[in-house]
Design a protein around this ligand. Sequence first.
Ligand code: FE2
Ligand code: FE2
Length: 226
Amino acid sequence: MNRIDAVSLVEEVVGRYPATKVVLSRYGLDAYEEAESSRQSVSRFAEDRGMPVEWLLEELNRVVDISLQEPPPTSFLSLLETHEWLDELFLLYQEALLAGNLSLALELLEKVEAEQREHIRIEEEILLPVYERAGEIPGGKPEFYLNEHKKMLGILDGFKEAMPRLIREGSDENRRGVIELFDQGYWFKRLHEHHDQREKNILYPVLDRVTSEEERDQLLKECFPE
Ligand SMILES: [Fe+2]
Ligand SMILES: [Fe+2]
């Protein structure tokens, strides 16, 4: 269901879902015209920029879905959906960084970090002990997952440490600091991609193999409590 419609006011949209600023800034909602544009409806905002309102609504509602995160359906496949969702959220953080909106970038980064940490907690506390039943698996030692988790969280911690200084100094005064975050971001994305492949090809299929349907249901309920 769409959460934003054509008659919604831009300022209300931005107030309720701050991550939508990332989309609106692509179409020129920036500091100097924010006050005027933000009192317009979404349809007027689109019309002034010569774009079909349906396109803008689609982009805005996609970002709303990502920033709210719908509870995933109960299946092991939903863990892959969490990976995809985390990728999207990370891209939103990078877009905010690119747009020079550092406070929004930090807000999105904190969300990425918290959700990544929770996903990892689920895998390490609930799923890896079950996975170990399968015994030796080439390319699938539990340490591989643990090491990659540690590396990913380490990079995210590094981003969080760098942000307060950038916010203090402003992105214009510290362009090299912003470039450094993008360089590190490249490694984070490659690592996440590699990790996604390892879990998609080994961890989740093996978990399916070593559990009964009943146990799977039970485990998934533990992974995603109401
Ligand atoms: Fe995972
Ligand atoms: Fe993982």
